[in-house]
Design a protein around this ligand. Sequence first.
Ligand code: PDD
Length: 291
Amino acid sequence: MRIWLQNKIVPERLAKVSVLDRGFLYGDGVYEAVRVYEGRIFRAEHHWKRLDGSLGSIHMRIPWSHSHLTAACLATARANGLSEALVRVTLSRGQGEVGYDPRSAKRPTLTVIASPIRKDLPRLWRSGVKIAVVNIRRNPMRSLSPAIKHTNALNGILAKIEALKTGAFEGVFLNLEGFVAEGTISNIFMVKRGVVKTPSLDCGILEGVTRRSVLELARKDRVRVVESRIPLKELLAADEVFLTSTTMEVMPVARIVPGRASPRTPGPVTRLLQKSLRELIAKELRLRGPI
Ligand code: PDD
């Protein structure tokens, strides 16, 4: 594997970060994950704007422009022979004196890692996946806001461990008030009597780039959309449930633990949005082949 480190690509064995890096010591950093289709990034600007928001929230500045980050992502995917890839851009506050005071950390660390897209996605888009509502709650907004895409990932990792114990593909968080929040690496949607519903941003979630695209598409397809609080009971009684993320795109949910099988997987609204999103990606990126 070849990795982008600071300003250039290096072989994996040379892609080393100091043990004094605050990313390693404290999870003091932020990241983005972008999807490369036929060598192009879907909605790169949305990702970089969100990154700017994350950086601002943790009072961190970087010397790299949006176009530098785009070039780094594409170069890293290319260097690994990937025209289709998930590319993760990680930015830590860098090395400084040991301790929480960040002022001595002057040089942020940038790494870019490109990974292939999992091969079983098309099968899962047809069959749907199992999700588990986990016991651990989402970090509350006033503690460590889920709107920040930070590298302090233990909340999500503990939820993932819980979900894996039930054999689920993804864990879904409730917030402290008991309303549905989001998946560990995805946003969640439900459909009831033709109306698409997703937790509002004030439920304490990451504003997914895919979530935004899907809301935009649903409105364009004249499907009614509601962003609001969703009690667990309502989610369990939905006609259709699906997840969204940069890699999963629109992923139907076939089963919720605890709960019953979803009667229609993928349901008609989920299928419509799956198709509309693929068309939007192909159109915006002027893709050659069908995706
Ligand atoms: N995860 N919620 C959380 C907590 C996430 O980590 C993600 C993305 C999303 C969906 O956002 P988007 O549609 O912009 O990908 C929602 C990425 C894929 C990751 O961590 O790899």
